[in-house]
Design a protein around this ligand. Structure first.
Ligand SMILES: Nc1ncnc2c1ncn2[C@@H]1O[C@H](COP(=O)(O)OP(=O)(O)OP(=O)(O)O)[C@@H](O)[C@H]1O
Ligand SMILES: [Mg+2]
Length: 371
């Protein structure tokens, strides 16, 4: 059983004179003790709403939430033993930074010295020791964000919820803090869910990543699984840089397998025995299917797909070559420097083994070998 269990939770916001907003739909997820989870998804997909329901600042419209086997969704926030760093920081203006952070320790009734000691240690970790005597209005947004983070992490709680904890910070500081936060969480065996827009951050910090879109949890898995076995079109195109190439193909039967073609210029043969029964059935009935191939899986300079180069960028350690074929733009990434210019015709190799195949509802019905 999980440390945190979210069971079939829905959130509908209703305000007078406005249509209701269904922010979270039938959310089911379990977080294990000591696990670090990232909530990843585009703006408005329901990340903050999810955290706020777990922390108790929003009610659940339906469903249940349990923490350490204890039902918490009816409890007031203070009774849940959940620490949260808010997206909007929510610092207390009349208190100094030191008092803001120490305030979170009030309920724990610690000795004065222990409080100072903890505040100093966490302030050092997020590099705000020099502003402990300032007031929130006189410090920068990035500093306020770190105060908010410190205030959450300084507490002893069963669960830590961090809503975009480093969104305001410059990349260098972010990378440093990321490492320190991960160290702290791991050392103390803390269980945490953090929201981010940044895939690199999600991969670097989290054990598992929950990808949300439109209030619906699309997939909850580790980074490798999300990349190699995306559950559907959304995850396939959302995870990975640059995004997966997607093509609409016509399906024809061929020698016990299938031939998926894009006009007369691209054709992929898929052997029947590389498909499970459900996928085979789907392809037998479908006239067209979407397929996807990662840019890193397209070989440049060999192969029978001839593309007209649109752009070619060397990024210092890899080339991104974009080319057009049969009205489709394909992006290939290689570690070699490619000497092509816009307008040149260059061969691309798209190996059918590297194709992900998607059903009409977007579900992935066949994953590429090795992702
Ligand atoms: N208090 C509220 N009243 C009405 N609608 C709300 C309220 N809070 C959020 N929403 C709506 O619910 C949906 C989900 O919002 P939420 O804040 O959970 O998204 P998010 O994933 O955190 O987005 P972001 O990345 O921009 O922070 C959005 O459509 C938002 O407009
Ligand atoms: Mg949010």
């Amino acid at each position: 059983m999980g440390m945190l269990e979210i069971r079939n939770v829905d959130k509908v916001y209703r305000s007078r004179g406005k249509p209701p907003v269904h922010a979270v739909r039938a959310l089911d997820m379990e977080v294990k003790k000591g696990e670090i989870v990232a909530l990843l998804g585009s703006s408005g997909c329901g990340k903050t709403s999810t955290l706020r329901m777990v922390a108790g600042f929003e009610s659940v419209t339906s469903g249940a939430i349990a923490l350490s086997q204890r039902r918490i969704d009816e409890l007031p926030p203070a009774k849940r033993n959940v620490a949260m760093a808010f997206e909007g920081y929510s610092l207390y203006p009349p208190l100094t930074i030191r008092e803001n952070i120490a305030f979170a320790l009030k309920a724990q009734q610690l000795a004065h010295r222990e409080v100072s000691h903890r505040v100093d240690a966490i302030a050092r970790m997020v590099e705000i020791e020099d502003i402990l005597d300032s007031y929130p209005r006189s410090i920068s947004g990035g500093q306020q964000q770190r105060v908010s983070l410190a205030r959450a992490l300084v507490r002893d709680a069963d669960l830590y919820l961090l809503d975009e904890p480093m969104g305001q910070l410059e990349p260098q500081l972010r990378a440093v803090l990321r490492g320190r936060i991960k160290g702290l969480l791991a050392e103390r065996g803390m269980t945490a869910i953090f929201v981010t827009h940044d895939q690199t951050e999600a991969s670097a910090l989290a054990d598992r990543i929950a990808v949300m879109e439109d209030g619906v949890l699309q997939q909850f898995a580790n980074e490798r699984e999300l990349k190699n076995r995306p559950a559907n079109l959304f995850v396939a195109s959302f995870i990975g840089e640059p995004p997966m190439n997607l093509l609409e193909t016509q399906v024809a039967h061929a020698d016990g397998g299938f031939c998926l073609s894009v006009g007369a210029d691209m054709a992929f043969r898929i052997a029947g025995d590389t498909l499970d029964q459900a996928a085979r059935k789907l392809l037998e009935q479908a006239q067209s299917v979407r397929v996807g191939i990662r840019p890193q899986r397209i070989a440049v300079g060999t192969g029978d797909v001839r593309v007209r180069v649109v752009s070619n960028q060397w990024l210092g350690d890899q080339s991104h070559v974009a080319g057009e074929c049969a009205g489709h733009l394909l992006i290939a990434v290689t570690v070699n420097r490619i000497a092509a210019r816009p307008g040149d015709i260059v061969p691309f190799a798209l190996d059918p083994r590297h194709l992900h195949v998607f059903g009409a509802d977007g579900t992935c019905i066949r994953h590429a070998e090795g992702g």
